[in-house]
Design a protein around this ligand. Structure first.
Ligand SMILES: [Fe+2]
Length: 452
């Protein structure tokens, strides 16, 4: 019996040469730190050895982690390469292949749970851990964001070079579960081990967002931007987005826009994860009636030529925002049709669209048409159910913001005041939330006149 070579954390890899294992470890390290182009790195091995199963697996799961339609054809092609290899694959590799097969068929929950089983049997499978962690994020599955990492963590120690990255994942899971003190401690511990870990930095930023610690958060992010914001870091745009929000909620509008131009939208990326950050920032400005110049134009044009609508309900919400903000009725109708069609289909996104996505795109569309009472009707029932279409609490806050502003503009200041009371009770130090509450109370005193 041939002894299989292993990856850097001890997992056997069928068909791997020593060079393949080196390339795999290098690509995995890039994935762990969200640096450079791990697909290109693993491609160097696959070009020489097309029988390297975990090379194909890694490539597929890297692509899947973008969670957008543009990768589906490539993922399916890799799935087709992998399925005939199952007979000579290890159980662990078969688990990964089953996960990829599920995702390629639109069964995202199947992908999520298959990777969970792989990790339970192989807790030192760092690919299964990180790819699974990201799938938990795309499902808005806060319990598993925390639980998946917790189940694997006893198999790791501080002597492992990847330990800091794993703590960064744990910190994010703890934060999404509302365990802010432990999340911050864990994230800061991770940063002592890997100071440039953008995911750990991001987890602590989330804690500060949820606790409305904006001034401290700006310093925390900007003082370390040389580390997490290095060229080639795939999380840099998202971390700049968080930083821009910290400025925005302190009414530092010029500073926020400057970060938008330099960090959130420095180019014309069509990566959905980056596009939605741009949209999510501009929509917060839009809700406040703040001038953003012509910044919406290129985003609406991007969505007009994109076939992404109807792939992932969370992204559909953002596409609709671009069309609602620009008054593009054709674009809005296209998103509505795409999400509606999804809601009648099968697969995980169909479920997400039925449960949340369709109500949200209808609500945003109504807001864009100025029919604010209708926006409230669509958004109120799903604002606390929206985790079902993924993202983080901080990202989904945009739904709460939209429904509050819609209530104010619909001449329902009592409702807006109630929701803002709730908001300041949670975010006691958020200056913007307090000023918004004052505006709602003023509208109430004016007898419910529609607020401008
Ligand atoms: Fe985030």
């Amino acid at each position: 019996m041939t002894t299989l070579l292993t990856d850097c954390t001890g997992n056997a890899m069928t068909g791997a040469t020593a060079k393949d294992a080196t390339a795999y470890d290098a690509a995995l390290r890039e994935f762990n730190s969200y640096m450079n182009d791990p697909v290109a790195t693993i491609d160097t091995a696959l070009a020489v050895n097309p029988d390297f199963i975990m090379g194909h697996v890694l490539k597929a799961e890297l692509m899947i982690s973008a969670w957008e339609r543009s990768v589906v054809a490539d993922v399916r092609a890799i799935r087709d390469t992998l399925l005939p290899m199952v007979d000579r694959a290890t159980d662990r590799e078969c688990g990964h292949i089953a996960a990829i097969d599920a995702w390629a068929a639109g069964d995202w929950r199947g992908y999520q749970s298959a990777l969970d089983r792989v990790l339970i049997d192989n807790p030192r499978d760092l690919l299964a851990l990180q790819a699974g962690h990201l799938s938990d994020f795309y499902h808005g599955d806060r319990d598993n964001l925390r639980g998946r990492v917790a189940r694997a963590l006893p198999a790791w120690s501080e002597q492992d070079p990847s330990y800091g990255h794993i703590l960064g994942m744990q910190a994010f899971g703890l934060e999404e579960c509302g365990d802010y003190a432990r999340a911050e401690d864990t994230g800061r511990h991770a940063l002592t081990l890997v100071p440039a870990d953008g995911w750990a930095q991001h987890a602590v930023a989330h804690v500060m967002e949820m606790q409305a610690r904006q001034p401290e958060a700006v310093a925390f992010m900007e003082d370390a931007a040389d580390l997490w914001g290095r060229p080639g870091n795939a999380l840099a745009v998202h971390n700049w987005w968080h930083t821009a929000l910290f400025h925005l909620d302190q009414d530092q509008i010029t500073g926020a826009l400057k970060i938008y131009d330099s960090g959130v939208r420095p180019g014309s990326s069509e990566i959905q994860l980056e596009v939605i950050d741009a949209v999510a920032f501009l929509w917060r400005m839009h809700l406040r009636g703040l001038d953003v110049g012509d910044r919406w134009t290129e985003l609406a044009a991007l969505y007009t030529r994109s076939d992404e609508p109807g792939f992932y309900a969370f992204n559909d919400m953002h596409a609709m925002m671009a069309f609602a903000a620009t008054g593009d009725r054709d674009g809005a109708r296209r998103v509505l049709q795409a999400t509606t069609a999804q809601a009648t289909g099968t697969g995980t996104n169909a479920d997400m669209s039925r449960r949340v996505g369709l109500a949200v795109v209808n609500g945003i569309d109504a807001f864009g048409r100025g029919v604010y009472a209708e926006a409230v009707e669509h958004l109120m029932p799903v604002r606390y159910a929206a985790h079902a279409f993924g993202g983080s609490h901080a990202q989904r806050d945009i739904i709460h913001r939209t429904v509050i502003e819609a209530a104010l503009r619909a001449g329902q200041p009592h409702l807006a005041t109630a929701m803002l009371q709730e908001r300041v009770a949670i975010k006691r130090d958020c200056p913007f939330s307090w000023s918004w509450l004052a505006r709602a109370r003023s509208a109430e005193k004016n007898g419910g006149q529609k607020a401008a």
